[in-house]
Design a protein around this ligand. Sequence first.
Ligand SMILES: [Mn+2]
Length: 320
Amino acid sequence: MYIDVFNGDADGICALHQLRLADPRPDARLVTGVKRDIRLLQQLSGIHNAHITVLDVSLDSNHKELVSLLENGCDILYVDHHFSGEIPDFQNLTAHIDSNPETCTSLIVNHMLGGEFCAWAVVGAFGDNLHQSAYHAAATLSLPDSTIAKLKELGELLNYNGYGLSVEDLFFPPQDLYKAVSSFPDPLSFLEHSTVLPKLQNGFQGDMQLAATYKPVRETEIGRIFELPPEPWARRVSGVFSNLKAQEEPALAHGLLTRNPDETYRVNVRAPLMNKQGADTLCRAFATGGGRAAAAGINSLPSAQLDLFFKTFDEVFGGK
Ligand SMILES: [Mn+2]
């Protein structure tokens, strides 16, 4: 039995797509979810002797489940760029983990495959807001700037689709988006022929127009914090909105608050693009936080801890 487990964002989709172009497994069971749904190995409890591929979800967040699957005789390939914690020592585990803030899972897979489907790695890297690394990888393909701009838009649109509280907020369940790209070895041909992209483009434009009217709720020399209303459009656009604000002011740190139905806040954090450090430290200081040095989040920040969040934000990014 083959099982492909992947984060439901651009990076997860593009990482799996490259691997399956190289090594097709048409019967694999697909396990994914919204971008924030990272404890995906929970869905595999009790499975024995399967061939499992896990992409773009923190090993640390899946450690316990990973160990039991390995003890159950599963053969596991784990590729990721999030915080891993200690990597369990099993012969049936192959791990390619690189938490360097300038890389992502699609780029690690690109490296594993010797650059075979590099254009899709470029799409994944743009999706994870790693523009420099994406341009760097794209340079090996000698593409005109206008083509690279198209790969960037595709990465941002696939990434945009991953954000939501649940799959109901999304335009497409991530496994459908993966299936939509899966028959295209070349992203440019996907851009030309895809029927799913117009829906994402329209949705994205509408959501971003709404978001653009919101001003920061807190602004200091260290960073800016925004709040968007608890609506599906705001939950969908939160990641791209955060990336865009970070690009507007690359010296500043950024936070985005969105109220959850239970009156806690979902928080997106971006370290300053000029110094991609601290987002994970800040978010892991709170019970439901996690992520990478450059981009991290808190799933459920109690309103009572909002002031503590602001204070920790200033401490982490203000270097005090
Ligand atoms: Mn990623």
